[in-house]
Design a protein around this ligand. Structure first.
Ligand SMILES: [Zn+2]
Ligand SMILES: [Zn+2]
Length: 410
């Protein structure tokens, strides 16, 4: 394997870490049809790719990879599927990168060594193959490492804004798609530039990962009795159960300077944290126990009712803010929708059963589009944002009450 092919292999790692099947599909297409593009046919990058093993560029492989790439793109666009894909992702990507890298390494090395075997003894041939296998495996492990860091960065976003109320995750899906398309194209046309850009991407991902880890760790404080590190907003220690003075919980799970108020347990639940020890709750359901202290998030129907009334207290303020946003023609609409989704709906959506979550999300979309179609009616148009907030609130509240009825049925 020559130096260029080696660098290409390493440079594909960020692309595989991002979208394994889309990257594989595009690489297979380039390997198969790259030679037919007038300006590119002589490029060393295309020549290196043309040594790809026949199975990789066969009709079957290209079609299967294309179907998988479409499935992958579709799954990334659904909130629930994206959550699952984010968990499994690194292993899928390791597998895909291993299969493709080893295949490419084999084909390229044997093609190159075949010319040498006339002069070289058998031992050199094996040494060459071993070295390129090691490199291919190394590149696949690099892909895995990048995929794990990507997963952590995305989990951070997912934790901060689970239902993508800010729309950041949705936007990122398009950015990543464009990144993979651009990355494969750049590898074929400007390999050196692509190497620099892809290397910088890996470095940026690493820096982001360090930063979020540092940020999470710097927030923690030791327990007064047993010294275990805990969240400053924890009313009890998860380890020794000692009661403590919790600080209030701020925006996106940040602790505030002020002390926690009487509705602190409900506020923790609204941020998807254990009401007892402020540890993150892992599941999207009412019946779950905290992984740190073992207590139930909602022990009874009464807990759910207390939670529902705490969410309801947000209603007047949310309607008022929405009315103010609604006073700004057109431009107020998007921030208004983001605001009521974060302040009102987020707390209700977090604990819905998957089925209820899915149907409610679609009902909410139809409702929102239907109401927005009435925007042209003068008086209704001005009151549109509060109306949207109220209608969606009623919809999600009904869904959570339904979930509670199922979970705490006697
Ligand atoms: Zn303790
Ligand atoms: Zn707990």
């Amino acid at each position: 394997m020559n130096a260029l092919a080696m660098m290409q292999l390493l440079a594909t790692a960020p692309l595989f870490a991002s979208r394994a099947f889309l990257a594989a599909f595009l690489v297979a297409l380039t390997a198969r049809f790259g030679g037919a593009i007038p300006f590119l046919s002589d490029s060393s990058a295309i020549t290196a790719l043309q040594a790809a093993p026949p199975w990789f560029t066969s009709d079957v492989a290209v079609i299967v990879l294309g179907v998988l790439a479409v499935l992958e793109a579709t799954a990334e666009r659904s909130v629930d599927a994206r959550r699952m894909l984010t968990e499994l992702g690194p292993y899928l990507k390791l597998g895909a990168a291993l299969a493709i890298n080893l295949g490419l390494a084999d084909a390229q090395t044997s093609a190159m060594l075949q010319e040498l075997t006339v002069y070289a003894p058998e031992g050199v041939l094996h040494a060459g193959l071993d070295a390129s296998h090691a490199l291919a495996t190394g590149a696949a492990l690099f892909t895995f490492w990048l995929a794990v860091m990507r997963k952590r960065a995305l989990s951070f976003l997912l934790d901060a804004d689970e239902e993508d109320d800010l729309g950041l995750q949705g936007a990122l899906v398009w950015v990543e798609d464009a990144f993979v398309f651009g990355g494969v194209a750049a590898l074929a046309v400007f390999p050196a530039l692509a190497l620099v850009v892809l290397g910088m991407t890996a470095a940026a991902l690493f820096a982001l990962d360090r930063w979020t880890a540092h940020r999470e760790a710097s927030r923690r404080v030791p327990c007064g009795s047993c010294e275990v590190e805990l969240h400053p907003s924890a009313p009890h220690c998860p380890s020794c159960n000692a009661a403590r003075d919790a600080s209030a919980l701020g925006f996106l799970g940040r602790p505030k300077e002020s002390a926690a108020g009487p509705r602190h347990p409900q506020l923790l639940l609204a941020a998807k944290r254990c009401p007892h020890c402020a540890t993150r709750l892992g599941k999207a359901r009412l019946d779950q126990v905290c992984s740190a202290c073992g207590k139930e998030a909602f022990a009874s129907r009464a807990d759910v009712d207390a939670y529902l009334s705490a969410v309801q207290r947000q209603l007047p303020k949310t309607l008022l803010v929405c009315a103010l946003f609604g006073a700004i023609p057109l431009l107020g609409l998007i921030p208004g929708i983001i605001y009521y989704r974060l302040s009102l709906l987020g707390g209700l959506r977090r604990y819905l059963r998957p089925g209820a979550s899915f149907t409610t999300r679609w009902l909410s979309r139809f409702l929102t589009i239907g109401l927005l179609a009435l925007q042209w009616i003068p008086v209704v148009g001005a009151a549109m944002l509060p109306l949207l907030a109220l209608a969606n609130y009623a919809l999600y509240r009904r869904a959570l009450v339904g979930t509670a009825d199922t979970v705490f049925a006697v």
